[in-house]
Design a protein. Sequence first.
Length: 191
Amino acid sequence: MANALKYGDKIHLQNAYNDYKGGYLDTNGHASASGAKYGVSTAGSPTRGQGTGTWEILSASGKTAGTPVTSGDLIQLRNLYGGDGGYLDTNGHASSAQKQAGALYDVLTSTAKERAAGSGTGNWHIFARTSSPADGTVRAGDIVHLWNAYAGNGGFLETNGNGAATGQYEVCTNAYFNRAEDVADWKIHLA
């Protein structure tokens, strides 16, 4: 299972917008929302700051470290900024401008795996577009969609709008899996 993504692996997620110029998923600045830790946007480099663009992939359904990740699995992503940058999480509504393009929720990191216990805010289904061989396993280099499990339909992780001063693009979830040119496509790179 060459290049198979396994639970416990550390990864970078590169957004495919504008021919992969959408940046790398990154923590950036403190967040003020209840239960939140850091803001999330994209950055031009996976190493903007030490660990800001590095995410550890964890199972949200009890699969053990070292087990291969399968397309459709329920996962959690833990950021490694400062050793613990929090868990990728939906928290609050998307901005008014983002909502005009189908956006649902803002994306931040949370101090807890499940900021709102049992709600799914920190759980994401990972869906690979395809892989080689086509055995259901997700691999480094694959393009994936990340669908949030909040309230049964938290939307697809995407870039939407210009980021903060040090960020490239804002990140939110959207009801549509690809509302515009590859904004919800993320390429996996091993860190």
